[in-house]
Design a binder for this molecule. Structure first.
Ligand SMILES: [Zn+2]
Length: 123
């Protein structure tokens, strides 16, 4: 996949066919240069056209969420069955609110495939 440079995806999800598209694959990974999450959806229409959607940052997060229910299996899942080592999953955004001195703060975290979390912003 490609963002600032070409790099290997961390995960490839194989998605269900729709009425219009077959051979649907969603690749996700982190750009090694700018470190943004990047998601790339490639699907082939019944007329043989290749449709490619590439998004990064929060939009990648949104795309993963939108397509989450269409996932049949993932590349890592296949490997997981073979090696049973690392956990796998989605990188997703989580909001946590807390009250400090009567004021409410919301912390937004991004969680990765390995259960690590990163504070994105506080508002
Ligand atoms: Zn980049």
């Amino acid at each position: 996949m490609r963002h600032c440079c070409k790099f290997k995806p961390d995960e490839i999800y194989y998605l269900k066919e729709t009425n219009l598209y077959v051979d649907r694959k969603l690749s996700i990974g982190f750009c090694p240069i700018c470190e943004k999450p990047v998601a790339e959806l490639v699907e082939i229409s019944f007329t043989g056209e290749v449709k490619r959607v590439r998004v990064s940052g929060l939009k990648a997060n949104d795309l993963l969420f939108m397509l989450k229910n269409q996932v049949l299996y993932s590349m890592r899942e296949c490997n997981y069955l073979k090696f049973k080592s690392k956990p796998y999953g989605w990188r997703y955004g989580v909001n946590k609110s807390s009250k400090i001195k009567g004021k409410e703060y919301v912390r937004q975290y991004a969680k990765d495939f390995y259960g690590n979390k990163e504070l994105i912003k506080v508002f």
